[in-house]
Each structure stands twice: as C-alpha cells, then as structure tokens.
Design a protein around this ligand. Sequence first.
Ligand code: GLN
Length: 278
Amino acid sequence: MRYEDARIEGVRRLEQAGIEEAENNGKELLFYCCDFTATAYLLHKMEEMPEEKVGEYFALIEKRQEHIPLQHLTGECYFMGYPMKVTPDVLVPRFDTEILVEEVLKLKAQFQAPRVLDMCTGSGCIIVSLKKLWREIEATGSDVSEKALLVAKENGLRNGAEVCFVHSDLFENISGKFDVIVSNPPYIRTDVIEGLAKEVKEHDPMLALDGKEDGLFFYRRIIAQGQNHLECGGYLCFEIGHDQAKDVSRLLADAGYEGIYVKKDLVGLDRVVVARKG
Ligand code: GLN
C-alpha cells in the first residue's frame, strides 16, 4: 500500500464514522505517524508505506473513529502559531480563543510592562502565547488542576516563555494586583454538556467545561474576587459562550466596570467580553 492509498482509505473510514473534518484529520494523522511535513509527503506519497507504519496509521484512524480528539492522538496543536502540548488533563485549545489573545494584545498601547494573570490557564496556551507576543508583560497563569499546570509549564518551557504558574482555586493563592486579568473559564451550562460533541463531552476535562447551573458560576466569582486583584484602570478580558454576552456584560456593569464591549469570533458569534475597572 502506498502512502497516498493509506491516506485515502483513512479519510474514507473517518467519513464513514461521521467524523468532522475527516479529510484534514486523515492527513494529519498520516503526517504525525510518518513524521511528514507537507513537502515530504508530496515527495514520498507514491512510495510504498512500510507494513508497520500501515498498522500504526490505521490504529490511529480507529481511535479517531471512536471520537478521540485528533489533538489527543498527536499530543499537540498550534495556538497563535505556537506548538502546545495537549493531554486529556487540559481543554484542547480552540481557534476561537485566539480572539481573546488578540483583544489583550490591543492593550499594548496602554501599558508598558503590565502584570497579566491568566485565570484558569489549562494548557497555558493563552498566557504562553501572550508572553511570546508581548515580551514586556510579567506573566502569571493559575489553575485549580495540578495536572493541567504540569502541561502548562511544559508549554512555557517548550516555547521559551517565562511564565509563573500558580496552583490556585480561583484567587485563593493569588497575591498582589494585576493590570490585566484574562480568563477562559468553564462556561458550559451543566444541562447543555450532554448535547456536546463526543470529542468534547467525553474527552475534554469536565472541570474545564462545566460552568454549573447557568454557566455563569466562574464569571461571578472572577468578577467579584478579581476586584481585589485588579488595578484601577486595569482590564478584565473573558472568553464567553455564544449566548452569554448580555449576562456577562450585566455582571460586569453591576460590579462597576466601564467601557464594556463584546467581540465576535470568526463565525460571527459573541466570543469575548472586555471591561475596564474604573
Ligand atoms: N469553548 C469550549 C467549547 O465550545 C468551552 C470552553 C470553556 O468552557 N471555557 O466546548
């Protein structure tokens, strides 16, 4: 079997199993399995694929057919162009979250060397990429999950980003004040989780998804407890669920925040809310 035949068969099996982005996933798994770059693949695709590689590839395809996320099979993904290690202990970084990073980067004009806290950092993708793209920040990432923090630390090292990672249940072990607090907290309403894709509900950590009864549990706490940890004139930047812009904006307004605005993601859904502490 040639590499190209294996890829076509892999994609066919994924399509048959109803896997989204079968074409891309079939290709990515082959590249991963055979250590191919796009160019190397083009050069070698008509060559015979070694027997053991064929076995390895279709074993990966079988796992993907069972809805194990692509990123759990390859152990990594790219976020803001940076490679991030991914394990079942962290939420798989989403493209939509890049919008949040981009909004924080827009604050560059206002701060020289701000202290930035990423609350609920998970894989660390937000704070690691922020540190790479805004070198002057003093970067802190925190999470309640020690296992997630191990992954986040590796991502910091892997990308040469100096970030201080703190184990903390929300602000419990956080001291001092920050100029920017950024967070993609768990925000899915508990009763909605059952309806999510298998890749999400069965493989992303429940701890990273569940925003409790109304999905707003963590926003309420971060907004309330964050008051003591945000400088006046500092910013709170949240990723939100597509139907949470109104509720989160109201929570922020009630807490006295100013200049509240909502930013949409690439498919036009509300995705980020930014507010300034007056
Ligand atoms: N955006 C993720 C999803 O759609 C959820 C992330 C979160 O809860 N913070 O599954």
